[in-house]
Structure formats: C-alpha cells, structure tokens
Design a protein around this ligand. Structure first.
Ligand code: M6R
Length: 587
C-alpha cells in the first residue's frame, strides 16, 4: 500500500526520488519522506501530506547526494503524523529504512530491542527493521550478514529498502513486491515499475526472501542462506505517457473517458484466450475471486458463464475465501480477477487454492504482477495504468475480456465481436450524458443516503455503482437487489431517500418498474437509468439500447460519472479518496 523507492547512481538522487514517488503516489499518499546519503551522512526529511506539497514545503528535491531512499505512506500502525512517516532511523542516523507491509511480530521485537537499550521514536511496526539492522550491523559490520539476520527475525509481509551511511542500499521482500530497475551506472529498487520506468524498462522481479545489495559498483541478489541467486531481466512494456492527465482535470475523469477505446481493442490475445478456455472446460469446479470492483466483475462472470457457457461457477470475495472454501482439488480452477495483480486478499486466496491442487487463471492489468506470475495462465485487460484510486476503465476492460472468453466458450453465441462497434458507440453516447449527470450530482450533494437497485446481472452494477459513490463522494450508498426491497430495506425509504434504478430493457425491467412504484409510494426520488423512459422516474438518465446481454458494460458509466461529480461537489479529491490506496497489499 505504501510506495518505496531506492536509487544509487550518478543522477542527483533527490529529484529522481521525488518524481518516482509522484508516479507511485496512488499506492498510498498520507505522508512522504526521503533520505539521501551525502559525504557519509544520512539526511532525512519527511512530513504529512502529498508529495508535491511536502516537496514544496521541505524542498525535498534539493537534498544532496547520489544515493537515497523514499516513501509514500498509507498508515497501518500509528496515526498519520510526521514522526510516523518514513524513512525511519535506528537510534542513530547511520541507517535509515523505508518499508511496505506489516511486521506481525513487531511488538515482541520492539520489546526485545528496548530491553537492549534501543529508543523508538514512532508508533510504526516498520521502525523495528531499522533497529534490527542497527543491532546486527553493530555486531559484525557486514551488511550482507546484517540483512540476512534481520530478515530471519521478521514475521509478516514486507518489502523494505535500507540506506547505510557508507552509501550502500539494500532491500528484501516477503509477499510485497520489490523490483530492481537497472540503468546505466546505477540501480533502482522499487515497489512498482512505475518508480523507474522513466529511466529503464529493464526490471528484475525479486522472489520472496530475496535480498538485494547495491554497493559502490554492483548489484547482487542473495537468498536467505547468503548464496547468490540469478533472477531474469524482464522487459516491461508499460506506456508511461498514459500517466499524464492529458486535457482532463483528474486521472479518474480521463480514465472514464478512455473506456470506449479500451472496449474496442479487447480480445487481441487469441492464443492465450484459447489456453484459458481449454483449462476452464477441462475443470469440474470453477471458482471466481476478486476484491471490490474486481469482485463485481467476478459476479458478472459467474452470471454469464452459467447462462451462456453452461459452466456453473461460484464467485467468492477474496477476503472471505479462506473462511469459505474447502471443496477444492486438482479438478478445480480458480479465476482470480485483479487490476493490480498485487491485492493481498486475492493472492492469499490463490495460494490457498493452489495448495489444494487448483489450477489458477488470472485476469490482471499488469502482466508482470505477482498474481500473473503465480498463475497457470494469465490474461491482461491491457487498459494502461489506472491511476485514479477508483477502478473505472479497468472494470469495463475486465468485463469486455470476460465477455470475449465466454463468447469463445459458447462458440460465438454472444456475437461479442460483431456487437463491439455498436457497444463502443453506446459507450460514447453515455459519456455524452456527462453534463446532465453533473447537474444531477449538484442536486444530490447533500444526500445522506443513496440506494441503487437492480435485478439479475444488474445487481452487480448496483453494487459497483454504490462502491464508486461511497469511495469518491463519502456518501452512504447501498446497492440492493430489487427483489429484496420488500424483505427489509424498504423500511429505510422515505421522502429524503434517493433511489437510482438500473433498469435497461430486458426481462427484469417490468419487475423493476413495480419495485419503483413501491418506492415512489414512500416518497423517495427515483432516478431511472434505462434506454426507455417511464413515468415513475423523477429523473431519467438515458442510455442507448444494446443487445441485452451487454448492458452491464455501458450502464456502469453513469455511476462512475455521478461519483466523480459528487466528489467534486463535496470538495473531495476524486483521484485520491481519503483512507484508501490503489493497491491493497495488506490483509
Ligand atoms: O487491484 P485489484 O483489482 O485487486 O483491487 C481490488 C480492490 O481493492 C479495488 O477494486 C477497489 O475496490 C477499488 N478502489 C474500487 O474502486
């Protein structure tokens, strides 16, 4: 959830680190800090706030030296304060560290170190790493032995980079990503390829418990026994230009507008899609998993797999997977869906299923992510980096790929390819409702509760729409299966309620209209999202008619746009919602 970066080379390190942190800020953005090594001294500057602001107030980018480490934080242990911001020193300023993950045994390590005389400054779990390194380094003055001993003591998940006063930087990982970027006369160690992609596309992905040491001239990778290990260099094909906001005010708005183009280009990985389908058809049990938005994609996948490919599947939230599923063996397949491919809950589910013998298929946006690398087969949604914390274009890209897979499985029964042009056109038409939705958002800005209702496959869109509004506009919003209203939620409805109805023209439409009348009778304002108007709607957002199976792909857009403008109406930053991070790499 935090971003970490280390650099040793010939460039002025501080400005390099500031730029890297800006590019990785989506991972966590409550505080920021940098340590540079200059003339044998480590200097740390850090504070609460976003990279640009802290850089301005502390002049981070002008810190001296050619070696250093940096961090943006998403708080887990200890409040959002400058003392909890990284980098952390040990007792002296000779070693500093930045860390991402959770050190589960930090309390006992801290007690042990305090007993030995160490003094802790922060409330974080991370600070124990600095003190452990300091302790073992004092004993033997050997960085390799020091880091090995330190890593042996850590329980939990971690990726960390440490800076030593002699100018060495080193790091290690366990269940959190850490990647080396190799440049002319230097190296990066980063939690994300975006940290160094401006300088190199040559990346080395460290395995769990690998240790990397970059000293004056070399970069070596060791295992926990101290043996040198070789890891392959991967060429990363990530379009950096796509990180710009372009003409848009926010990444989120830009990403919403990219959706027609993304749907247009889905399905180019022909051979891989076939491999995916072969594994699926040869399995007895099909499970799907994902978190947040990706879980909503899993719900839609489950629906269309069963309806069109006649494959019964179960969709389980990744955070619930470990408590739910035992009936897995080598006849099972688990499809894991994750934009980042780094979500801890998803990775944990996948590892558990893999241990029980299941084959793993994944749908990711990052083909070099941890999830892609542990899968038997992985497909990329290929929608370019999604920077806005809210998933928008990655959702439609996931759906688009899922429809392509199901179409292949049912031998073209969906005619997805033939319908693509009209779908793309429909997406563009929905984007044209932006001005209308902007003014609806102004009217809803003071809403206390919003309900989104839908039936059948549209229930998943009601859940997704609600997630977007909660996340971006901080308004309590619930997605409800329309048929369930009378079993309880109707008690909540009164004249102050706003209800959005996902109601395109399909078999569920008439039942939805009946539900809408029941709601209207309780005085609520009804906003219909449909291709057909109806008197029951107080406000009508028109979406174009498409082949009914494909409505989920277009009907989610009005919710994304609404959530975006609600965020603006409430003075919230739509790209960086409070308390959240893009890549949730902790459990
Ligand atoms: O990277 P992933 O798809 O695995 O992320 C899963 C969720 O954390 C993510 O979809 C989250 O719910 C989004 N912020 C929702 O907009």
């Amino acid at each position: 959830m935090c971003s970490i970066i280390g650099y040793k080379g010939q460039l002025n390190v501080a400005s390099v680190l500031v730029d890297s942190l800006k590019r990785m800020e989506y991972r966590g953005y409550d505080s920021v800090g940098i340590a540079t090594i200059n003339n044998g001294k480590i200097l740390v500057k850090k504070d609460v706030g976003r990279v640009a602001d802290v850089n301005k107030s502390l002049d981070l980018g002008r810190m001296p030296g050619h070696t250093g480490i940096g961090h943006t934080r998403w708080a887990t242990h200890g409040g959002v304060t400058d003392k909890n911001a990284h980098p952390h020193y040990g007792c002296t300023d000779r070693i500093a560290i930045v860390h991402n993950g959770i050190i589960e045994n930090y309390r006992e390590l801290r007690e042990e170190l305090i007993f030995l005389g160490h003094i802790f400054i922060s409330d974080t779990d991370s600070e124990v790493i600095a003190h452990l390194l300091e302790r073992y380094y004092a004993e033997q003055k050997n960085i390799k032995k020091t880091i090995i001993q330190t890593c042996r003591r850590l329980k939990g998940t971690y990726a960390f980079v440490a800076a030593f006063e002699d100018g060495t930087i080193c790091g290690s990982r366990y269940d959190e990503p850490l990647i080396i970027g190799s440049v002319n006369n230097g190296y990066f160690i980063s939690s994300d390829v975006l940290g160094f992609l401006e300088y190199t596309d040559k990346a080395v992905f460290l395995e769990n418990r690998d240790i990397v040491i970059v000293d004056s001239e070399t970069c070596h990778i060791f295992d926990l026994e101290g043996n040198i290990v070789n890891r392959p260099i991967t060429k990363v094909a990530w379009e950096l230009a796509a990180i710009d906001k372009g003409k848009y005010a926010h990444h989120t708005l830009k990403e919403i507008h990219e959706q027609p183009k993304i749907v247009e280009k889905t399905g180019t990985q022909n051979l891989k899609i076939q491999e995916f389908c072969n594994i699926l058809t040869n399995s007895k049990t099909v499970l799907l998993t994902g978190s947040g938005t990706s879980y909503h994609s899993a719900l839609i996948a489950k629906h269309i797999l069963s309806k069109f490919a006649k494959i019964r599947a179960e969709a389980i939230m990744s955070s619930e997977f470990q408590y739910t599923f035992d009936a897995i063996d080598n006849t099972s397949v688990l499809i894991a869906i994750s934009q980042s491919g780094e979500t801890a809950d998803v990775l944990q589910s996948v590892k558990a299923a893999k241990q029980m013998g299941a084959r793993i298929l994944s749908i990711v946006n990052n083909p070099t992510s941890s999830l892609a690398r542990i899968s038997d087969s992985s497909l990329s949604i290929d929608c370019g980096p999604e920077i806005g914390v809210a998933a928008t274009k990655s959702f439609t890209a996931q759906l688009s790929l899922i429809y392509t897979i199901v179409d292949r499985l049912c031998k073209g029964c969906l005619d997805f390819e033939a319908n693509k042009a009209s779908l793309v056109d429909a997406l563009r038409q929905v984007l044209d409702t932006e001005i209308q939705i902007h003014s609806i958002a102004e009217g809803l800005r003071d809403a206390r509760d919003i309900y989104i209702i839908g039936r059948s496959i549209h229930y998943a869109i009601a859940l997704e729409g609600a997630l977007k509004i909660k996340e971006l506009a901080y308004i309590h919003t619930e997605g409800i299966a329309a048929g369930e209203l009378k079993h309880g939620p109707l008690a909540l409805i009164d004249r102050n309620s706003y209800v959005l109805l996902v109601n395109p023209n399909d078999i569920a439409s008439e039942d939805n209209i009946s539900s809408a009348y029941e709601i209207k009778a309780r005085g609520a304002t009804i906003i219909g999202i449909s291709d057909r108007p109806n008197n029951v709607y107080d406000i009508f957002i028109k979406i174009p008619s498409v082949k009914s199976t494909f409505y989920p792909i277009i009907e989610v857009l009005p919710f994304q746009i609404l959530a975006y403008y609600l965020a603006l109406a409430k003075n919230a930053d739509p790209d960086y919602p409070r308390n959240l991070a893009k890549s949730v790499t902790v459990k």
